[in-house]
Write a protein that binds this ligand. Structure first.
Ligand SMILES: NC(=O)c1ccc[n+]([C@@H]2O[C@H](COP(=O)([O-])OP(=O)(O)OC[C@H]3O[C@@H](n4cnc5c(N)ncnc54)[C@H](OP(=O)(O)O)[C@@H]3O)[C@@H](O)[C@H]2O)c1
Length: 247
């Protein structure tokens, strides 16, 4: 697997590009939205809590990159019609989508994992992401040049691990969705890849490892090189790959 921890993005990497980031209200998604805006993109912030998105939007605006549009959208409940309505609201074209939003669900052995908790994680992380991808593909196909779709995986989406329950299964499915889409996109100006961020200092990490010293892990802004690389035109031709944000 390739790592891009040291990639140095040109300041104008994403100039003129229109990029949607899911789960942009907190954690890695908020950092990615800021990084994309700082490299010239118009970013659209999607998430389930409008107040979180607005906080990210204000940070981006305060840094001098314009005020992004906030799109309230719950991956758990949106369904096909909700995703189609969202695509119509966005309109025009997209040059990139970062699928970053996820639920972690309970950390329990398979034998004890409640079926409804399993279904909820799969609904948000897999079904909701699939429906959103499907609705946004026509916008990505209208991109004037290349376009990039990035899915977010995890170490446990590449090697199963005890008590990671539905989350691990959902991340394997995310890799499958990415690979299937990438194969369908082969030869087109669109590409699809996945990133495993690795342990990163966010609310989700704290939920998964409450006893851990948060300083052990990098902050979200520190893992942005691979997010920039895959979103920028320098990664044209990279398709169907599972990348790591760090060694
Ligand atoms: N942090 C890590 O160590 C780590 C490691 C491996 C992989 N990852 C992956 O990296 C991605 C980002 O993780 P993170 O640590 O930044 O997570 P986080 O701090 O928990 O943030 C998750 C984001 O996803 C949004 N979200 C959750 N459920 C949603 C739903 N049903 N509909 C729409 N948005 C929803 C949240 O929105 P609200 O703000 O509205 O709650 C939040 O903005 C995830 O895919 C995660 O699996 C993280």
């Amino acid at each position: 697997m390739i790592t891009f921890f040291d990639y140095q993005a040109p300041a104008d990497l994403l100039k003129g590009r229109r990029i949607l980031v899911t789960g942009a209200g907190r954690g890695i998604g908020a950092a990615a939205a800021l990084a994309y805006a700082a490299h010239g993109a118009e970013v659209l912030l999607l998430g389930r809590t409008l107040a979180h998105l607005q906080r990210t939007a204000e940070t981006i605006a305060a840094a001098g990159h314009g005020l992004p549009e906030c799109l309230e959208h719950d991956l758990l409940t949106a369904g096909t019609a909700g995703c189609q309505a969202l695509a119509e609201r966005i309109g025009g074209h997209l040059d990139g989508v970062l699928h970053n939003a996820s639920l972690i669900g309970p950390r329990l052995p398979i034998a004890q994992l409640p079926g409804d908790a399993f279904a909820e994680v799969m609904q948000a992380n897999v079904n909701g992401t699939f429906l959103l991808t499907q609705a946004l593909l026509p916008l990505l196909e209208r991109a004037p040049a290349d376009a990039s779709v990035i899915f977010t995986s995890s170490s446990v989406g590449r090697q199963g691990r005890a008590e990671w329950g539905a989350y691990a299964v959902s991340k394997f499915a995310t890799e499958g969705l990415m690979q299937t889409l990438a194969d369908e996109l082969a030869g087109s100006p669109l590409r699809a890849n996945s990133i495993n961020p690795g342990g990163t200092r966010t609310d989700m990490r704290a939920q998964a490892y409450p006893a851990e010293d948060p300083a052990r892990n990098p902050a979200p802004w520190e893992i942005m090189p691979v997010y920039l690389y895959l979103m920028g035109p320098g990664s044209v031709g990279v398709n169907g790959q599972a990348l790591n944000a760090r060694a």
